[in-house]
Design a protein around this ligand. Structure first.
Ligand code: EPS
Length: 393
């Protein structure tokens, strides 16, 4: 089983990701891991914190001579901002006068629910862990999953399809989406320049108004063979696992598989993807079964069907507002405005990168579950045998 967990607070010394279960022998390209971390920091509308941080993976264990060794991989990401917080958030008792309380909860953030739950007098410790800063550790973990998937010919990418009222109104080709990851400057990670410019104007309007705006990202996984996930038990369904994984990301409030939302308002004859059979294997496809479109998002019955896996994440706008909403003081319970701390205006491209990581981790785990193996060679042998079976079906 490939699993991961993270630790670390937004303004603590470091974030940590621990990934276990990856087979031995996966070549780890740290430049790629760091590029993934860089991508998560980009996008028009990111906050001041991103000017402080340059996230870099410091691998502590589980990797020797450039390859995984089958042991848990521990990755540390140093928070450069820690130097500004050492006295305000010391690990040991420190000077209570230097504590920086978050005095009134922000509607939409975890502040109130977290303070009630953990019986904190203010929301400082809540936001420290609830912050989307944690998603950097997920991206580091996900990069390792992506490297494993890469050796099976599976790639995961994302793009932005909505910011506020502006939506991408055409289909995006896989090549266009993957090209975004190689760009030196990320604006809003939309494949269409004209739409992206209008998305940018939407963020500018929110910035001017002291407001925030988010939207929708789409993650695609290409090269996923038919047969990952299962309809046999509820918790084995690929769509369910992806929904959980993507929904668990900060600010994601809805997840869609394929064209699930539009499908709910359509007739079956307009939704389902007809099945054809080619005379020979189309290039790059292990199966001769083809579909003229992919409204199902590559998943039928909770099982991958060989088409691209397509997952959309809908983000609520960031809840830290420069023009704050009504709230209540933690100490006196008197009405006041919600606390304001430096924040982002728009994070859709960054959330898309974090969602790629989550999708990669789910797929890597299911691939490992199906094909097994303690070494990459063993996994690959089993994988190749299965692909041969599908190819000749
Ligand atoms: C984030 C780091 C944070 C925020 C943001 C995500 O940095 P700071 O709190 O120091 O400004 O920019 O956090 C939130 C959106 C949030 O709601 O907490 C990051 O690394 O992504």
């Amino acid at each position: 089983m490939i699993r991961f967990s993270t630790a670390g607070e937004s303004h603590g010394e470091a974030l940590i990701a621990v990934v276990s279960g990856l087979p031995a022998g996966v070549a780890v390209d740290l430049e790629f891991v760091n590029h993934e971390l860089w991508r998560r920091q980009q996008g028009y509308g990111r906050g001041g914190r991103m000017k402080i941080e340059t996230d870099q993976a410091h691998v502590l264990s589980g990797m020797r001579h450039g390859k995984t060794i089958g042991s848990p991989i521990a990755i540390e990401l140093i928070n450069r901002d820690w130097k500004n917080w050492q006295e305000k958030l010391p690990v040991e008792t420190g000077d209570p006068a230097k504590h920086r309380a978050v005095t009134s909860p922000r509607p939409g953030h975890a502040d109130l629910a977290g303070a009630l739950k953990f019986n904190f007098p203010d929301a400082r410790y809540v936001l420290e862990r609830a912050s989307a800063r944690e998603s950097a550790a997920r991206v580091a973990a996900g990069a390792f999953a992506k490297l494993l998937l890469r050796s099976l010919g599976i790639a995961v990418a994302s793009h932005v399809i909505r910011v506020g009222r502006v939506e991408l109104e055409r289909d995006a080709a896989w090549e266009e989406i993957t090209a975004l990851a190689g760009k030196e400057e990320v604006v809003l990670a939309c494949v269409d320049g004209e739409t992206e410019a209008r998305m940018k104007a939407e963020v500018e309007a929110a910035t001017k108004a002291g407001d925030t705006v988010n939207g929708v990202f789409e993650v695609l996984a290409h090269g996923v063979p038919a047969g990952l996930g299962s309809y046999a038990n509820w918790d084995e369904r690929l769509d369910g696992q992806l929904a959980w994984a993507v929904m668990s990301l900060q600010a994601v409030k809805a997840v869609e598989i394929g064209r699930g939302v539009a499908a709910a308002a359509s007739f079956g004859s307009r939704v389902h993807d007809p099945i054809h059979y080619a005379a020979a294997n189309p290039p790059g496809r292990p199966t001769r079964f083809t579909r003229p479109h992919n409204n199902a998002g590559g998943i039928e019955g909770g099982v991958s069907n060989g088409e691209d896996v397509v997952v959309r994440g809908y983000l609520k706008p960031i809840s830290t507002l420069r023009q704050p909403l009504e709230s209540v003081r933690f100490d006196t319970r008197e009405p006041t405005s919600a606390s304001y701390e430096r924040s982002d205006i728009c994070v859709v491209p960054a959330a898309g990168v974090a969602a790629e990581a989550m999708v990669a981790l789910v797929l890597a785990n299911l691939a490992h579950e199906k094909f097994g193996g303690d070494s990459l060679a063993e996994l690959k042998r089993n994988f190749d045998g299965y692909i041969e079976q599908i190819r000749s079906y």
